[in-house]
Design a protein around this ligand. Structure first.
Ligand code: 6PG
Length: 253
């Protein structure tokens, strides 16, 4: 696994760099396989990135009709709920560009049974990646997985102390998250780590101590689930801003 840490002055610079990477990867994937398959991150950090991609600087550089969007995780809410990661991506990007409806593969999080929503999402992954001959090691191989990280070291919806962090069979899990008193639906490390490129996108001083522990501390992935992200054959890039990186001893400015 190759790991790179890139530090940026602020969220805007980080978002531009991430947009440049996504445009490059999309072009390479489309040229090689005719499509680009990405798992989007939720939360608030990627909003600027998604708005940039749909903006005048980048929108014409993305082959939108050949991009397939999945989500790394989803909240257990309907698609029109304020907390929904799909809704956030739709409002900041997908509603502003020409993406065929069939290219948008959201989690059916409106299902009252989160476990069933996870099983259905796993079926959709299996059907899509098999039909497009995009399995590697028998697992979905995303061209790009975007991930954020919470101040507690969670990523996607792999939260400290949840079974999903250790899941080694399922592709999608539906962990109960005590701190939010809700279920989530998340890709498991099995699928996330099978990606060709994993891009962490982390900003803010409130994450500095956790980022140091994750990148430079002891292996404690139950406590810091972001540590479980180790691509089996792909590239891992951490894009962080100066505020989040302030406690790191080794990083490329
Ligand atoms: C989610 C995300 C989650 C997010 C982190 C960071 O559903 O909330 O997938 O893993 O990336 O919580 O969130 P912020 O970007 O809002 O800090």
């Amino acid at each position: 696994m190759s790991r790179e840490i890139r530090v940026f002055a602020d969220a805007h610079d980080m978002s531009r760099a991430a947009a440049d990477v996504m445009v490059r990867l999309a072009g390479e994937a489309v040229q090689a396989r005719g499509l680009f398959v990405v798992a989007l991150a939720g939360g608030s950090s990627p909003k600027t990135l998604y708005m940039l991609l749909a903006g005048h600087t980048y929108r014409h550089s993305v082959p939108w009709e050949k991009v397939h969007f999945f989500w790394g995780d989803e909240r257990h809410v309907p698609p029109d709920h304020n907390d929904c990661n799909y809704r956030m991506a739709r409002e900041t990007m997908l509603s502003k560009v020409e993406v065929p409806a069939g290219n948008i593969h959201r989690v059916r999080s409106e299902n009252p049974d989160a476990r069933q929503a996870a099983e259905d999402y796993e079926t959709e992954l299996r059907e899509f990646f098999t039909a497009n001959n995009l399995l590697a090691n028998g697992l979905p191989r995303f061209d790009l997985v975007l991930l954020g990280m919470g101040p507690d070291g969670h990523t996607a919806s792999l939260f400290p102390g949840t079974h999903a962090v250790r899941e080694r069979e399922r592709w999608v899990a539906a962990p109960w998250v005590d701190k939010f008193h809700t279920y989530r639906v998340t890709l498991t490390p099995l699928v996330l780590n099978n990606a060709a490129c994993i891009l962490f996108f982390v900003g803010g001083e409130e994450k500095a101590e956790t980022l140091r522990a994750v990148l430079e501390g002891a292996e404690e992935s139950d406590r810091y689930p972001a540590q479980v992200i180790r691509p089996t054959g792909g590239v891992l890039c951490w894009m962080v801003d100066r505020a989040a990186a302030k406690l790191l001893t080794s990083s490329k400015q």
